[in-house]
Design a protein around this ligand. Sequence first.
Ligand SMILES: [Zn+2]
Length: 247
Amino acid sequence: MAVVKSVCYVIKTFTINDADKVAVVLTEGGLKKSLVAKNGARLKSAAAGKLDPFNFIEAEWFEKEGKKLHPLNSAAIKKSYFKRISGDMGRFMAFSFYSELADMLIHSEEGSPKFYRLLTHVFDFLDENDDLKTATAYFMFWSLKLLGIFPPFENCAACGKSLNDAAGVGFTGEKFCCSACRPEAEPLPSGVPERLFDMSKQPLSGLSADLESDRALVTLCNEIFTRFTGRETKSFALMLPFVFAGA
Ligand SMILES: [Zn+2]
């Protein structure tokens, strides 16, 4: 049995055995872990109020090989977003969506520290900014890119020419091509190819808001996600009208 310590993001929580609280977390190492707090579902428990979704916590737990649930030893709040979002439906919907993506894309065996850093980058940005649209498009695009799901978009998959200066870019459902090579491919809305290049080079703070392109970009990302994983997030359709209102 090993004692493990990490700062973690709480993806979701639920109760088992009537009183025990399970927190599914994303560790700094980019692993998904299920931590169980004995009697944590009771209001007076030390863990109550710490193991809430959207919180960053410092946690210590015991890990035994082959076990899926790890007993929590201690937890302290590092940053609480659970309390801060009360009444802010846009943030609630966006954070729920980020959590669901993390839950679906991240596994317990193979970690992605870059994915954890992406999540903290987005939350840090939103500490100072209200631009949920850019943050959400950036998070979704980079999640898929980091995990190798987003197809290469820099060059045409058919002729190899840079798509940065192509007259039109099309998406075949699997690959990005210039419209000259694949005229039958679904054309990307104007602004989206440029947005992809900008997002792949700039941190969030370096991007200016681009509502139309970001709405088209998240829709494209959602299509790619569904095609690649064969699953759909429940929160995408709920998040869209709240976060991208006015687009
Ligand atoms: Zn081409």
